[in-house]
Design a protein around this ligand. Sequence first.
Ligand SMILES: Cc1ncc(COP(=O)(O)O)c(C=O)c1O
Length: 440
Amino acid sequence: MSIISEFVKAHPQSKRLHEKALNHFAAKGATHVSRMWSPFGPYMTHALGCKIWDVDGHEYIEYRNGHGALILGHGHPVVIKAIQEQVLKGIIYSASHELEIEWAELIKSMVPTAERVEFFACGQEANMMAIRIARASTGRRKILRFENNFHGWADELIAPGTAGAVSTEVKVIPMHDLKVLEEELATEQYAIILTEGGGARMAGQIPWEPDFIRAVGPMAKKYGTIWLLDEVVTGFRDGPAGWGGLMELTPDLTSFGKSVAGGMPAGVLTGRADIMEMLTPKANEPWISHTGTWNAMPIVCAAGVAACKLLKDGSVQKQVNEMGAYMRQTGNKALQECGYNWRLYGRSIIHIYFGPVDFEVDDAGNPPTKDIKKLLAGVEEKHKLGVYLLHHGIHTHQGRQFILSIAHTKEDIDKTINALIKAIDNAMADGAIGKLPAGS
Ligand SMILES: Cc1ncc(COP(=O)(O)O)c(C=O)c1O
């Protein structure tokens, strides 16, 4: 019996729920496109620390971690206590309250470029506001973005060619081409340029070349374009001041989400006071009205304050990055010993690479090639591998990433690497994964 048939047999309740879900949710029964699995994914019942359990009683080591929001792991007692205390005092006041100030102060104390702070319901809302602020303050309409950089699903953020994408006002250029970047910026038509923290896709499946990302800010400034660094994933994860802090970048605006609110839904935009001043009502000048039912809900702020206090001194991030390094090292040793053309790279989000190894992954977690095509190759193979990993008790982000939290121990990582090797062995034996993918 193939592993997939075994998986189906071992997950009867998930199969039953998946069949029900197909009647409701158009994306093959899933409520988020990245939660689709073939034949189906496990239906979860509860989670704690770095473990998550499904309706059929299976336990998984958890590497999705709330789409990257849970650097503190599931059910961190400090965050849970803060939420429990607040829920009894009120979920939403639609009025000002002290927690929003405390949260803003904590964020400002960690992020040096945060002169002003604005709260939203999610990360992409912060990006949308960044665009509006840039348009209002520059008087320009156009948006410059980079290929493969993800910023949300709104019309101006989604990949070109996708339904709803705005192509007239949004230009998408390749990463790492300074000449193209300067040619575009020099037209002086762009209100804003958007860059993902760490690199494209989940903290750097395609990492930024340091020289290139450092050139973006000065060049944008030269041509009057506002620079947004999107740290929705990397913010408070790569370090207290995010990835931008590690790289000593000074973007005009920075967006955050995920980790900043300890697993509650939120987005945050920070940046230069002079441009965020556009949000101040004025009598005879244009200004931007910021509404939003869920802005700075007390229950979200309570979780945000609790999380940010834990993330402030950098020790959580240090521990998670060290665990990432351990995972890379043990994983890559095992993969090499088995003669597999797979590698693990990244920092606290570990990316799976399937393709020819141009050089070994270094201590900084840089990938085994600089070739973007190779870094992106094997999406289908990885997705299939993800189901084999589930069968071996590992819950990954689409078979592509292991998103780490403070709850992971070396023992969890050792188990994961054993499971990874077994999953690749099984997938190879079943013919689910064949030769190296195109692009190699
Ligand atoms: C880099 C980046 N920016 C923005 C977003 C959108 O954030 P949200 O889903 O909170 O709207 C995401 C979501 O994964 C992201 O990865």
